[in-house]
Design a binder for this molecule. Structure first.
Ligand SMILES: [Zn+2]
Length: 217
C-alpha cells in the first residue's frame, strides 16, 4: 500500500535531534523510501533557516548572507545546488556503509571536495571494503596525518555526543577517555573487561575481607 503524500512528519527543529550534523542534514529529506520524497529545505531561505537552527551559521550571518544574495542571485543558486549535491553524496556514502556495498567514487569526490582537503591531495578513499584517509603528498605528511584527528575532535565537540565524554573513574588513575553511550549516562569505566572488572573484584574483595589482588594491565 502506498502512503498518502499528504502525511507529514512533525517539524522538529534540527538542533534538537540527537544525531550527528551530517545525518540531520541528510534527514532534511523525509520519506526517502517512498515514491514521493519530501525535501524540507526546498528553498534557499528554508536551507539557510536550517543552517541557523542547526548552529552551523548564527542568525546575524544568515541575515548578512541573505542580503548579499539579493544582489548576487547566482550565488544563491550555486549554494543551493552545492548543498543538495553534498547532501545526496553523504546519503549515498552512508547507504553504502549501511549495506556493506562498494562506495560510490563520485560521491566520495564530492565529499572530499567539500572538506577542502582534496586541494592538498588528502581525502577519504575505499580500501579493503572500508574507508581510510589517503594522502598523496609525503612533504606535507605531518599536516595531513594530523588533520583527520583535528577534524574528528571538532566533529566530536560540535556533535551530539560532546556532552557524553567521560574519564575513567578507576582508582589506580587509568585516565582513559570514552564516550558514554549508555542510556542512563552512568558509565564509569573505560571498559568493563579491565577497569570495570577490577572495581567489581575490589568491591567483592572488601566485602569478603580477602587478601591479595592481582593487578591487571
Ligand atoms: Zn580505565
Amino acid at each position: 500500500m502506498k502512503t498518502h503524500a499528504l502525511i507529514t512528519k512533525s517539524r522538529v527543529p534540527p538542533s534538537e535531534v540527537d544525531e550527528e550534523l551530517c545525518i540531520r542534514f541528510v534527514n532534511t529529506v523525509a520519506w526517502r523510501l517512498r515514491d514521493l520524497v519530501e525535501d524540507r529545505v526546498k528553498t534557499t531561505t528554508a536551507l539557510l533557516e536550517w543552517f541557523a537552527a542547526a548552529g552551523v551559521a548564527d542568525a546575524s550571518f544568515a541575515v548578512r548572507l541573505r542580503a548579499r544574495w539579493e544582489k548576487h542571485p547566482r550565488e544563491r543558486e550555486l549554494f543551493r545546488e552545492s548543498a543538495v549535491r553534498l547532501r545526496e553524496a553523504i546519503y549515498q556514502i552512508l547507504l553504502s556503509q549501511i549495506g556493506g556495498k562498494a562506495f560510490d567514487r563520485s560521491a566520495l569526490k564530492i565529499l572530499n571536495a567539500a572538506t577542502g582537503a582534496h586541494v592538498r591531495g588528502l581525502g577519504i578513499a575505499p580500501s579493503k571494503g572500508r574507508l581510510v584517509w589517503r594522502s598523496d603528498k609525503l612533504d606535507s605528511a605531518a599536516d595531513d596525518l594530523l588533520k583527520p584527528i583535528a577534524w574528528s575532535a571538532v566533529g566530536l565537540l560540535m556533535g551530539p555526543r560532546s556532552g557524553k565524554v567521560r574519564q575513567c573513574q578507576d582508582e589506580r588513575g587509568c585516565g582513559w577517555l570514552f564516550v558514554d553511550e549508555s542510556r542512563a549516562q552512568n558509565r564509569r569505566w573505560c571498559s568493563m573487561g579491565d577497569c570495570g572488572n577490577r572495581a567489581k573484584v575490589l568491591r567483592h574483595y572488601h566485602r569478603h575481607g580477602g587478601r591479595e589482588l592481582a593487578s591487571s594491565r
